[in-house]
Design a protein around this ligand. Sequence first.
Ligand code: ADP
Length: 618
Amino acid sequence: MSKKVKSSKEKKKKLSFKTIISNNLFALKIIWTASPVYLFIYLSSSIVYGTLEFLTGTYLLRRIVNDVSSGKPISDVLIFTAILGVANLLINLALNWFWNVTSQRMHRSISMYIQKMLFKKSAEVELACYENPEFYDKYVRAMDEAENRTLSVMRTLDNLIQRFTTLFANSFLLFLIDPVLILFGLFPLLLGFFKRLENINDHKFQLARKPVNRRVEYIRRTFYLGEYAKEMRVGGMYENMLRDFMETTKAYIALAKKFGVRSAIFGYIQKVGLEVVTILGATLYTVWSTMVIGYENGGMQLGDCLVVLSSIGSISYCLNNLVQNFAEFGEHALFLEDVRYFLNYEPTVVDGSDKVPDEGREITVKNLSFKYEGAEHDTLKDINFTLHKGERIALVGSNGSGKTTLIKLLLRLYDPQDGEISLGGKNIKDFTLSSYRGSFSTVFQDFKMFSMSVKDNVLLRPEKEGDAELVKNALKESGAAERVERMEKGLDTILTREFDDKGENLSVGEQQKLSLARIFADHTPFVILDEPSSALDPIAEYKMFENMMRATEGRSVIFISHRLSSAVLADRVLLMDNGTIVEAGTHKELMAKNGKYAEMFKRQAENYLGSEVSKNEQ
Ligand code: ADP
């Protein structure tokens, strides 16, 4: 993956003209797919507005001055003005309705379409992506910018069309009066070069400050999130965070200065170029042509002089903004490059085509080795074991021995570099990810509660008929029923008070019980529990495991527990050390072997329950 990230970064430095066009077309295609009517009305209204602006401004002025100075009857001008007025009223009424009523709805459906695409992709990218800071930065940028940039392409195109319309109409008029004037009008095009430099500078600034902002965001979280509250109040962590905050602020100020100076220079050149060369130059030329040369010697008429002075401003403004529009397309393209990269990202954990059979089969892990990206050594080395149908395996071992990594591979959150995992004799890569992962119920140590109802948090899927009863039983099994019964809205209570005054905040132990109910509510053939009981006391944990063993009768279970007392309940124990399975067998067999497992068990039993129990267990 790092290769892919790198090549996209190289492209980012300077996008080719073709890429700029293609990225902007990509955005327009999204809007077109989401709502073709919206795009059509949005863009065609620009031509209407542009034409109206020209007719009611420059053209009307010229007509009035010329008609009055040549002695034509005033009624012609009045009729023309009245027609323009009525057209203006009707068109504005229709477009106003569109912008304020219809457009809101269409705008929302386009946003929804874009967000849905991003969410779908987010769920597809493998976990390894989250561990790659470069990919993660792009991912965050894509999520932040996709909607805004896609719609901005349409806005920029809209401005462009409107300006082209005004430009075309005004230039044609100036050309008829004196072709030399076009030269003044075209000068702002040269300034486009500086506009482009300014935009590239802005984009670089945005990229440079993203990691700084991420760090600030993290620091902010450590101050307000409950999970950091204890550590932040004990010892000197508060000061460390504050120091980090000051340092990131300094880094931000240094960046703002570096990029701000460049921005000021590019902006100044454009302003002076436009106001001094174009506007002043054209004014001097027109006044000279009218006053010094005079109409009789081929100079301009007084009426034309007025029109020129009014429309040269419009042309310069339009041209300068046209340049800006083109530069904006370049800027949009840079951001859309991230969006496209993200949406086109092909996950390395690829979907298979077969559906997992409903009834449980055995899972075989054969010669499995795995290394995290960027790690020096294999985290898992040559793992071999079979999880038989209906068997309960306890996976034990010291911290960092590779237990969670093995679980992640079993769930296909990562694919192994060597060896294979098969289900019913078939490589798990052959199954569709949704059906394969869907055949597991899992509870992790770092499980998360969602700010949704108790029911949703237990089911973790859309509700079906009869689910309320299922959830109630599951809560009973996991020991959380009593707590939920005390809640005013029962199963419909929203967890956390963030979005609901009547919501409930649960303690970690209560949350853990609730998350365990997920296992009981879902009758999948496989169950994986990664230290699900770490927040419970040893007695409660033992009880919970007993419950669980009962409730998962007939299902294949792998559980990790740092307390070996629960391993007694398993059919088989696998002891991991330094990425390999060093001992395997029933609790009794391993105790009889008197190896590493027996040593760990005795030590723990003494710590928790006193030496008597450890003697009895043997
Ligand atoms: P356990 O669950 O037995 O405590 P883990 O599977 O979590 O062990 O970790 C095994 C080893 O892999 C540890 O050395 C850990 O630092 C490393 N590790 C875990 N997750 C990652 C990761 N995402 N990237 C790199 N190394 C990791």
